[in-house]
Ligand binder design. Structure first.
Ligand code: NAD
Ligand code: DAU
Length: 348
């Protein structure tokens, strides 16, 4: 097995770059690799927001295409024009609750979309394909941690669709010798996260004086990683990772949901000078709700990576960001998102 070739100037095709992690990654990557070119292919679903990259729109090394990763003809045209060295596939339907209500788009984008990207990337002989996957493919674990060779046991339609994509990526590597790497990351949080996810939802509801829904008993555990740490891990893996390998990415910052919610509400209370702890509202549990996620990321850490953000610090940074960028989320919490929210939690 050989290490991935890396030169200072690369053309990187990022999919889903208008979403939460993709936009953070593009900003991070262009800052650190100013000679590289980034092509962002994003369908702009409800979760894709061009405002997430407004500050780099004018960068001449950045190009945006509104396109669906399921559309092979369009992808072929983009690959022919830019001849990317690397593809990083962030594009996905990403929210577990939506996948429970309507799984179809998850199967289309997460499985068929990954397949069509793999096909075009293989046809064009790209140097490396990095599939951004998730700890959810392993399912829930009561104690201990999953390793990269642990069996997959997804429990939601979202997790099953991501596991399906991982299997395809693996098959392309085994069958065609296609140079692909899979990364599996824990729960991200930070700037530009869509307000349907727990942490931004809690911050925004607290600022708006709305009830904060906690599923079940609130004792489900997640490992929380600040998005910049996910970005640094991906950059290291695509520069130094070995094709055919899988890399777990986690922070070790494991918390019960109720602990996370209380911490945020305490921080917000202090900032706004009003007690918002009473907004906690225990609601019906998520069907198939995974109790605990935990991964062993020693393989990645042996390559020299470690997270830079302690959870308490990252949470404070995140709350500050949502308080300073109200316009960003106020625009989102009107429109389509509201229909989803009302289906999920009833009218506000
Ligand atoms: P997100 O929902 O914020 O963004 C997804 C982006 O993909 C959006 O910009 C959307 O417009 C785009 N997209 C969706 N369908 C598309 C299609 N058919 N063609 C082109 N673009 C399309 O998601 P996120 O939280 O930023 O997650 C990004 C990736 O990271 C996903 O693959 C997700 O499975 C994975 N991941 C997320 C987390 C997390 O905690 N958020 C953790 C581990 C892995
Ligand atoms: O673990 C990685 C995964 O993390 C990613 O692959 C997914 O794309 C991402 O959405 C996230 O999935 P989760 O389901 O873990 O994240 P979410 O923010 O939806 O929920 C976090 C926990 O909080 C989970 O146990 C469910 C709970 N929850 C969530 C919401 C939205 C609540 O109690 N109340 C809520 O309103």
């Amino acid at each position: 097995m050989t290490q991935t070739a890396h030169s200072a100037k690369q053309t990187v095709l990022v999919t889903g770059g208008a979403g939460f992690i993709g936009s953070n990654f593009i900003r991070y990557f262009l800052r650190r690799n100013p000679l590289s070119i980034v092509i962002n292919v994003d369908k702009l679903t409800y979760a894709g927001n061009p405002e997430n990259l407004k500050d780099i729109e004018e960068n001449e090394n950045y190009h945006f295409f509104r396109a669906d990763i399921c559309d092979k003809a369009v992808l072929r045209g983009i690959f022919d024009k830019y001849m990317p060295d690397v593809v990083i596939n962030f594009a996905a339907e990403s929210h577990v609750d939506r996948s429970i209500i309507e799984p179809e788009e998850f199967l289309k984008t997460n499985i068929y979309g990954t397949y069509s990207l793999l096909e075009i990337a293989r046809e064009k002989g790209i140097g490396l394909f990095l599939q951004v996957s998730t700890d959810e493919v392993y399912g829930s674990i009561e104690s201990g941690s999953f390793r990269e060779d642990s069996p997959l046991s997804p429990n939601s339609p979202y997790a099953a669709s991501k596991a399906g994509a991982d299997m395809l990526v693996r098959a392309y590597n085994k069958t065609y010798g296609f140079p692909a790497i899979i990364t599996r990351c824990a729960n991200n949080y930070g700037p530009y996260q869509f307000p349907e996810k727990l942490i931004p939802l809690v911050i925004i509801n607290a600022l708006n004086g709305k009830l904060v829904p906690i599923y079940g008993d609130g004792k489900n555990r997640r490992d929380w990683i600040y998005v910049a740490d996910h970005c640094s891990a991906i950059e290291l893996i695509f520069k130094k990772g070995v094709p055919g390998e899988i890399y777990n990415i986690d922070s070790g910052e494991e918390r019960e949901n109720i602990e996370v919610v209380k911490m945020i509400l305490k921080e917000v209370s202090e900032r706004i000078g009003k007690d918002v702890i009473s907004l906690i509202n225990f609601v019906k549990d998520r069907p198939g709700h995974d109790r605990r996620y935990s991964m062993d990321s020693s393989k990645l850490r042996a390559m020299g990576w470690s997270p830079s953000y302690f959870f308490e610090y990252g949470i404070r940074q995140t709350i500050d960001w949502y308080m300073e960028n109200r316009q960003w989320w106020q625009r989102i919490i009107s429109g389509e998102y509201m229909q989803y929210y009302e289906r999920q939690y009833g009218a506000r």
